[in-house]
Structure formats: C-alpha cells, structure tokens
Design a protein around this ligand. Sequence first.
Ligand code: ADP
Length: 415
Amino acid sequence: MKILTLNCGSSSIKFDVIETDVELIKQNKDVSIVRGIVEKIGLSDSIVQFKTDCGHSSKKVMDVPNHSAALKHIVDILTGDNPKILNGLSEIGGVGHRVVHGGEAFSKSVTIDKEVLKEVEACSDFAPLHNPQNLKGISVAKEFFPNIPHVAVFDTGFHYSIPDYAYMYPLPYELYTKHKIRRYGFHGTSHRYVSAKAIEYLKIEESKSRIVTLHLGNGCSASAIKGGKSIDTSMGHTPLEGLMMGTRTGDIDPAVVIHIMNKEKLTAAEVDSLLNKKSGFLGVSGLSSDLREIEDAIEAGHVRATLAMNICCYRLKKYIGSYTAALGGIDALVFTGGIGENSWIVRELTTNGLEFLGIKIEESKNKKNNGVLGKMKSEISDISSDDAKIKTLVVPTNEELIIARDTALCIRGLL
Ligand code: ADP
C-alpha cells in the first residue's frame, strides 16, 4: 500500500510517499515514490520542491501562507499529471506522522484517535516547539484525508527501552512523580533505522549486537543500542542535552545557567534562547550553525571555527567511550545525519585515537564523498581500515521509511 509520511515543523512540511507492506518490508523492497518539502511556510518566498524515483524533480518559489496551503500543494503534486505520481488520492492507504514527544505514554507507534491526540497535546509541555506543530500537521492532514488511518510515530518511542537508572536524573524523586522529569531521548526513528541497517549489513546476530549510533544533523544525538534496543541516549528531557549541536550547547554544568542569568540579567526565556539558539557551533565560532560554513572557515584559518570543531569532536569521542562502557563493548560505530553522512572531517577527528577500542578508519574510504542526502536510494559505506576490529559505518538515515513501515503495520494490526 502507499503511505504518505508527513513531518510537520513550524515553517516546513517534509513529505514522502512510500510503497510498503508486510511482504515488502520482509524483503526490504519497499520504495519511496516521491519525496519533497515545502519550506518557509508563511513567508512570501516559500519553496516547494520534490523529486520522484523516476528522476523528475521540481523546485518552485511561491507564496504558501499556511500549513493548509502547504498540504494543498503536496496533494496537487501527488495528483498532478506532470509527472503522474498517483491515479488519485484514494491510492493512499494511510498517513504516517512524525510526532516528536510521546512522553511515557507511547512505547510504539499508534493509530491516532481522540485519546492519542489528548496525550500528544499533554506532551506539548515537554516539546513546546515541536508537538504543537505535529498536532497542526495531523489536523490539516485529516481535512485532506478524512477516511484513512493516521498513525503517530514518535521520536521518543525507540528509547522507551532505556532502563530507569539511565533515564532518571539524580534530582529529588518527587520531580519525576510530579512532573515526569526524566530522560526521554529523541531521533528514535533514525537511531532505530541505522542500527537495524548496520546489523543487517554486518550480518551480526541482533540479540548479541552492541552498537553506538551518532545522528549528527542540526540536532545531534548519540545512542547505545544493545540487542537492537536503545539502552541510553544523549538527548534528555529535551533535545538540549548531550552532544554539541548547531545552535545548542549540549551538556554543560547546570550551575552555569544560574550564573549567566544573574550576571547577564537574563529571564528564563532569554537564557532558554541562549542555550538552544545561540550556542553550539554558532556560539563558539561566532560565524554559523551550518557545518559547511564552519569547514570553509577552518580551511581559511578561522581560529574559533577550529575550536568549535574540536569541542564537538572531543565530546563525540567521550560519548563513544562512555557508551562502549555502558554496552560492555562495541561491535559497530555508525555515523548518520547531514553531518555524519557528509563530513569526513568530523568522522576523522571523532574516531582519531580510538584505536584502543578497535575503532580505526581508512583515510581514503573516509574521504570519499559519501554524501547521499537527497538521493532516493542510499548505500551504506564501510569506512573502517582493513585491520580494524570494529566496523565504522556511514549509514544514510531514512526516518520516513520507518514512519511508513510502522504506519502500514499499524493499519494491518501488526504493531
Ligand atoms: P536536520 O537535523 O535539520 O535534519 P540535517 O541532517 O540535514 O539536519 O543536517 C544538517 C547539517 O549537515 C548542517 O550542519 C549542514 O552543514 C551539514 N551538512 C550537509 N551537507 C554537508 C557536507 N557536504 N559537508 C559537511 N556538512 C554538511
């Protein structure tokens, strides 16, 4: 069946139509027919672009005032004649929605009903930037697709298996019982997809596998995955904790927050913005949150860009070490996300010095441009040296595929 996946943000909707079902999943033969994005929704120069599996692509700048108009453009693309993608909307068997925060309520993907919507709304407190947008996407999509199942696939779902000693913070326990303060973790669909791909590629037994996955995009997170299940992850109660990111600090001493508030006379909202939007690569370099610009600046000798890169990779290395300890060893290290898939510099600086763990990459394999973002079909690259004990892989992520598969399985009552 054909599943439409939607990933709705504040100013963008990413979409994909994927042909999938039980048999196709078993044979790993499910395929994306078309994928695209409507960006800068609400501005006068919104961008609508898509690409089909047959090689047709289109990019138009137009006025897309709101999410409903954006979805109308997506529907027009799917039902248009040039190129012909569907024989009508009735071909779509279900809609899969990325929902960022499922709190403690959802360990797996679910068909959306009133109760589910209520729970997702309740989790908006935890993810105020994301869940309300996801809910908006669901409500708009239901207007266009009123008679087919809609399924919520949670970023937090894969991390449901993390044990209490790893998800609890050493705060007064009442804060957990009263406010559900704990680690939830994010990027779950990506960690799940790339770890499963690595297990399949390496032909190792899932139940015995120990994998560290690094999802490095604008947001970055690491996960420790044992026997196919997440046992720890670096993002916490919110996506601010853990690795250094484009504009987010990742781990810092919490007392620094209070100190900055006092010294700089910042309100809670201002310090929240400082930690989430003005830090990370942007904050340290003073240049940009975009790694491509950071790499260009390093090439030109920019000292703070170099420092930002060094902080990022040093911290990545520390996470690999601590997760290897948590896993009791490591069978594979996986890089994914826009940075993980494309930046040989980050991969090199991160793995350099980890030979004692058996991690060693081959310069020539690493420097080959593994960039596969935007391609319809993606390949795994093994960048390990021939004498490395541990495989280091670059696995292009495909969150949409997980969303589509879960949606089909939910519809079939198999989840
Ligand atoms: P998001 O988290 O928004 O999905 P992506 O996974 O697309 O983000 O990753 C975006 C990051 O990937 C940006 O920092 C961007 O600079 C980086 N990136 C993309 N292509 C390259 C490249 N060829 N070399 C280095 N970094 C890249």
